[in-house]
Structures are given as structure tokens and as C-alpha cells.
Design a protein around this ligand. Structure first.
Ligand code: COA
Length: 161
């Protein structure tokens, strides 16, 4: 069984992430979306909230499972029997960081390979931070996020005010 992990912060999940999830889920038997539970990024949503939101927007993909993890990605891969790490490349600026991560992970665990998918052009500019910035100023984020997630983001900012 070919198992892959698509790891990230997903704070929140965007249409760009969903594009990668949809395409990579077709390449493997099982795709685990790994939600990093890491306080250092000071996330808008808790890990539990991010898992719940991802579960909702991936419910139609039969072979996708969402799980939170902390610690090293390679350890999470070992626990879940995954042999592939999926990452999206939006622009050349992502490359250096991604290459460094992929090489480090391979040194830590040499039976894991990272596979890069080029992000679809319409999402190549997108990041969770810019979406949050637009939402904070009450801008229209409907082009960037599924409707369900956009509502959660607006609700969060309402609560914060
Ligand atoms: N569409 C839209 N946005 C995308 C995207 C896509 N296809 N791909 C990446 N992004 C954005 C994210 O929204 C995020 O934006 P933000 O910084 O504004 O929030 C940014 O790109 C990068 O985030 P993400 O993909 O979540 O990566 P990350 O750098 O936060 O974390 C992990 C990457 C989780 C894989 C890495 O930190 C990790 O493995 N951590 C575990 C600890 C570990 O093993 N460390 C050693 C690794 S060498």
C-alpha cells in the first residue's frame, strides 16, 4: 500500500492546499494530511480546529485522512507507515527551503522520498498569511478559501475584536 503524507500548518487550509490534496490523493492509496501542532507559529486556529476544518473540506476524498502531529515529520511518517512526503512548490522562492527540508528528512530517514507538485497557476500567489491579512481588514477572501473555511476565518476575527 502506497501511503503519503502532505504536511503543513494549514492555518487555515486554502484552495491552493486543496488542489495539492486532490491531485496527490490520486497518486497514492492513502494520503494523510499531517497538521503540524506547533505553538511557535502562533496559529490563528488550534490544531484541533485545523483538523476539523480539513476533515470537512476533504470529506469527499475517500482515501484522505487528517491527523495532527508534533515532533519530527519523519517520526510521524514512520508511525503512519508513510514512505512519501508531498509538498507543493508555488514559485522558485519556495525551492531553497523545500530542498533543504527534503534533504534533511532524507538524511534523517533514508527510505522516505519527497515528491513536489507544482501548485496550479491560479493559486501560485496564495499563502495562509496573506489570506488572514485580507480577512483581518474585512476584505473578500472567497476566491482563496472554500466557503466553509472563509466563514470560520471571519468568525475568528470577529471573536478577536
Ligand atoms: N497553496 C497555498 N499556500 C501554500 C501552498 C499551496 N499549495 N503551499 C504552501 N503554502 C503556504 C502555507 O499557507 C504557508 O503560508 P504561511 O507561512 O503564510 O502560513 C506557507 O506556504 C508554508 O507553510 P506550510 O506548507 O504549512 O509549511 P511550514 O513551513 O509551516 O511547515 C512542515 C512545513 C510542517 C512540513 C515542517 O515545518 C515540518 O516538517 N515540521 C515538523 C518538524 C520537522 O520535522 N522538522 C525538520 C524538517 S527538515
Amino acid at each position: 500500500m502506497k501511503i503519503a503524507i502532505y504536511p503543513g500548518s494549514f492555518d487555515p487550509v486554502t484552495k491552493g492546499h486543496l488542489d495539492i490534496i486532490e491531485r496527490s490523493s490520486k497518486m497514492v492509496d492513502k494520503l494523510i494530511v499531517g497538521v503540524l501542532n506547533n505553538g511557535s507559529k502562533n496559529p490563528l486556529f488550534t490544531a484541533r480546529e485545523r483538523v476539523e476544518m480539513l476533515n470537512e473540506v476533504t470529506k469527499n476524498f475517500n482515501n484522505v485522512k487528517v491527523e495532527a502531529f508534533s515532533g519530527l515529520l519523519v517520526d510521524f511518517a514512520k508511525e503512519t507507515n508513510a514512505s512519501i512526503i508531498i509538498r507543493g512548490l508555488r514559485a522558485i522562492t519556495d525551492f531553497e527551503y523545500e530542498l533543504q527540508m527534503a534533504q534533511t528528512n532524507r538524511i534523517l530517514k533514508n527510505d522516505i522520498d519527497t515528491v513536489f507538485l507544482t501548485t496550479s497557476l491560479e493559486y501560485s500567489y496564495l499563502s495562509s498569511s496573506t489570506v488572514k491579512e485580507v480577512a483581518r481588514c474585512n476584505g473578500d477572501i472567497s476566491k482563496f478559501l472554500p466557503e466553509y473555511i472563509a466563514k470560520k476565518v471571519y468568525d475568528k476575527f470577529k471573536k478577536e475584536c
